[in-house]
Design a protein around this ligand. Structure first.
Ligand code: AMP
Ligand code: ZN
Ligand code: FE
Ligand code: FE
Length: 292
């Protein structure tokens, strides 16, 4: 059976529907050999995923997906192999968690003003104590009968610039790249197909961007082709992932929707310095806990 890797997956540590251990089990069933745990603004799911991964012989790529903003666009930056004990990373993650709470309180307040009866406590209860996000709020709106689907909640109330939308505090992709580098991680531009044209792409590269998520359900074939050429031209790493959030079939990406050859992971690890040499026999592992 062909072995493949998915570099971009969410868990209940942010707005995924399944716990890290459940996601690892599902990925093993799908035949994946390695998965990236890339929750929004948190690495809280990585340790649990690793423990589950050890039992099922599934390699876990420790990751994070920063939600950043530049101009009026939301840009996501993935960070792989960050040192979780890095003080600045910890401080930023703490701040982002607070920002998410404050923002949610404001969105709930805006909805209340529109006559919609939701409370912050109801949204918080949906998060299982982890990073709070708009999908949790959308879930409450659906449960209370204000919307039929999560998508409808986004289209009517909480999507960009809609009546109950609140912008997050400024955190730019350049800051995200800096924080990831500061924690010895590898910054990768997530799903470029989601942004339209970004004219500051060269600035991202000169700021230290090291890879592009060339393959993603939101990238059309043309977008993938464009960014594949850019990655090759600039010597950037190539990644790809499903962005699985645990949605049922037909309601969002599924595990296995994007299947990356393990050679892309080897290149990522070589960049990090975890992997040296080319042949299997020559592999040297500098960090314990990471295995092929
Ligand atoms: P937040 O991080 O709180 O701004 O929420 C952003 C997340 O909401 C994204 O990562 C998606 O998982 C989800 N999302 C964004 N737009 C939609 C939509 N139209 N329908 C369903 N989920 C969405
Ligand atoms: Zn999400
Ligand atoms: Fe994203
Ligand atoms: Fe994502």
């Amino acid at each position: 059976m062909k072995e493949f890797v998915d570099f971009h997956i969410h868990t209940t540590a942010s707005d995924g529907n399944f716990s890290p251990a459940e996601v690892v089990t599902q990925a093993a069933i799908q035949g994946l050999v390695a998965i990236g745990i890339t929750d929004h603004d948190t690495m809280d799911g990585v340790e649990d995923a690793r423990r589950a991964g050890e039992r099922l012989n599934m390699e876990i790529i420790p990751g994070i997906e920063f939600s950043a903003h530049f101009g009026d666009k939301e840009i996501h930056i993935l960070g792989y192999y960050c040192r979780m004990d890095n003080i600045i990373l910890q401080k930023i993650l703490g701040r982002l968690k607070c920002d998410r709470h404050e923002r949610m309180e404001k969105m709930v307040h805006k909805l209340n003003k529109l006559g919609i009866e939701v409370s912050f406590a109801e949204v918080l209860a949906k998060t299982k104590g982890n990073a709070i996000g708009r999908p949790h709020l959308a879930g409450v709106l659906c449960e209370k009968g204000y919307c039929r689907t999560l998508g409808e909640a986004f289209q009517r109330y909480i999507g960009y610039n809609l009546p109950a939308f609140v912008k997050r505090r400024e955190f730019t992709p350049f800051e995200a790249i800096e924080v990831i580098h500061g924690a010895d991680g590898i910054p990768v531009l997530a799903h470029p197909g989601a942004y339209g044209k970004i004219d500051y792409f060269p600035d991202l590269i000169s700021s230290g961007l090291e890879g592009i998520e060339v393959f993603h359900p939101r990238n059309t074939v043309l977008v993938s082709y464009k960014y594949l050429k850019l990655a090759l031209k600039h010597g950037l790493l190539i990644t790809g992932g499903s962005d699985y959030h645990g949605a049922p079939q037909g309601q969002g990406p599924q595990l296995g929707d994007v299947q990356m050859d393990p050679s892309f992971l080897r290149k990522l690890k070589r960049r990090k310095g975890i992997l040296k040499g080319t042949g299997r026999k020559n592999l040297i592992y500098r960090n314990e806990g990471f295995h092929l």
